[in-house]
Write a protein that binds this ligand. Structure first.
Ligand code: ATP
Ligand code: MG
Length: 228
């Protein structure tokens, strides 16, 4: 039986890939067969005519996954816009049954699957005759989430809203990772305190800039994963 965890964030570019790489690295360093999956990636770079799954490539490099990064992402778009729009422009609509099948394959390949979302918690993946939101994927894969949030000014608003929305959508939030955290910054310290109090959700790790390790015990990390 495999276990999974979904990583979302308060928005795009908040460090989901950066922290996911540290999670997968920690699991693998401890001898666990840990992998990565992302349903839809937009804004991919094209190198020698081939789209590169940048997020997956980064996670593989940091964590030592040797599988080809493109095999860990279901849909890769070149256009740097929301997946639903990139899919429309590139005429490659996202199908839930493809995500289902690819995720099933991840379960056979890995014991611990860390899944990275696209954008923040409200992210349309398909908006035509069908609507598929990121939250539909999280629920379909039957995963709980971890929220990656900046440590800086504005994070109380975006983190509390993200967690409220997740809960309202029927998704369980296991914890928060504060990224870019500085222990000697009084604003970061207070943000951590306020967010924990207001959301009743633990900050399970604080990740400083350029960190190469996730400072939490292995058991705490593996306990976040749910049987899938
Ligand atoms: N703690 C950190 N220290 C140094 N650089 C960081 C840190 N966190 C994020 N970054 C850098 O910030 C940029 C955005 O981070 P990242 O790609 O992880 O965001 P993301 O939330 O995954 O974005 P997307 O929505 O595109 O998937 C990257 O260049 C990444 O290397
Ligand atoms: Mg990313």
């Amino acid at each position: 039986m495999s276990k999974g965890l979904f990583i979302t964030g308060t928005g795009t570019d908040v460090g989901k890939t950066f922290t996911t790489a540290l999670i997968v690295k920690k699991l693998r360093e401890n001898g666990l067969n840990a992998g990565y999956y992302k349903a839809a990636l937009s804004g991919a770079e094209k190198i020698k005519g081939k789209l590169v799954a940048g997020d997956a490539k980064y996670v593989c490099e940091v964590s030592g996954i040797t599988d080809g990064p493109e095999s860990l992402v279901s849909y890769i778009y070149e256009t740097a816009v929301s997946p639903h729009l990139a899919a429309q422009i590139e005429k490659l609509p996202i199908e839930m049954n493809v995500i289902d099948a690819d995720f099933e394959q991840m379960k056979t390949r890995f014991d611990y699957v860390t899944v990275e979302g696209s954008g923040g918690i409200i992210c349309p993946l398909r908006r035509d005759e069908q609507t598929i939101m990121l939250t539909d994927v999280i629920k379909r894969l039957n995963l709980d989430v971890l929220i990656v949030a900046p440590s800086s000014l504005g994070t109380i608003n975006s983190t509390v809203l993200t967690i409220e929305y997740a809960k309202q959508s029927g998704i369980a939030v296991k914890g928060i990772i504060l990224n870019g955290y500085m222990e000697d910054n009084f604003l970061h310290v207070d943000n951590k305190f306020q967010i924990e109090q207001l959301t009743e959700t633990p900050v399970i790790a604080c990740v400083p800039k350029n960190s190469n390790d996730l400072a939490i015990p292995l058991q705490v990390l593996t306990d976040l994963f749910k049987e899938i």
